[in-house]
Design a binder for this molecule. Sequence first.
Ligand SMILES: [Zn+2]
Length: 435
Amino acid sequence: MIISGVGVIVGLLVFAPAQSSSTAVAPHVRVEYRGLSSSQAQAIADTLSAAWTVYRDEFGFDMPGTVHVDAAIDRQASSRLYTDGNDRVYLTLPDASKLNRPEVSGVYHVYGLCHELGHVAMYRVLKKRDWMTTAAAEGWAHFAGSAVVDRVYALKGEKLWCDPYDYRKDGTARLDAQLASGDADDVTRGAELWRDAESVVGMKGFPALFAAWNTARVDLADPAPDLSASGARAFPGNAAGFEAWWTNAARLFVERRPASDVAARTADPASLTGRPLTVAGDDGKADGKKSIAGGGHARRFTAPGGGSWYLRNVLLFGSRYGSPQAPDETFEVSLCDEQMRPIATWEKPYSTFDRGDARWVKIEVTPTAVPPAFHVCFNFRPTGTRGVYVSFDASTRGNSQTAVPGKPGSPLDAGDWMIRVELDQPRSADALGGR
Ligand SMILES: [Zn+2]
């Protein structure tokens, strides 16, 4: 069974031109498909449409007006189903027969589609979730997806799927069996914890919980207390019940991101020379661009020798994609130490970046002292329809990662991100200043 996969796209967001696609529609769902039969595409549309209704009406989630699905048969591809966490679902299969019922194909499509829409329901509300473990994120989609399968069956029956079968066995019944088996994995245990939460906050309590967490100030070095307090405030009638649940759940749901032991030492801009030094490792020419969900763009720098250097500006060569009007959302730029642990983080508006051709965008930060080796990391939390393409330069490599602050990343093999820094020194250290 492959379809319980990743909740967000990891890697390049690909916008494949939909060559000779056909379209299937259902309320709130539009499926562009290639290589599938019309009845298979319609089954996908109808399943997501029914699941959409359950997420909105029974959980109370704010669901996208239209869920856009790209479904394709690609003989070279393995079976993959994933979402951008906002309003896109992508399905690739090596063969159209993979859309047959699970006992024939080994693929749990009805469950998989309900699961992916569970990610969408959560992520549209809870955008700031750097503290969340895979067990929590996938456990949520497993819990919600399983529950929604049961309700979709109640609405639509077994004829919903193009190869009809009783998919109730892929819903809560399967989750129960996994839990009863005695060797439940972390995702299944996560699903159980979310089910426990339902008995505390109610099915319709989840959107309020996720909204409260999204606006909470969370110390990523120790997120559990902040998440406990903000969650409890969302349920004043049962704060004690919530806290009891969270104490248990946090052990599996929260990932600590150790802060750097380098202190954030700031300086008054007026105390600096005002003639910053640009540290650039790129040749100024972009060789490609990427937007990365579930990861940030980090580049390593070394400070020049001699005295204290303060990060003054960060420059990034890139451009925004998505709607003409920038979304009313923020991204983060962080100064991290050599181990990628955050020293300081600044929140900036998405409108900092324009659409169109990539260009250098300069972002001013509070002057903060850098250690001899450090990283600058951008975290845009992109979706398929909103994000920033960050250009990379292939003339060097080895200094860049796909990483978020506090979490080890993976190297960027294609080159180095086009990120530069401007560093300034205290006036008192300026030998040319006439001392
Ligand atoms: Zn998932």
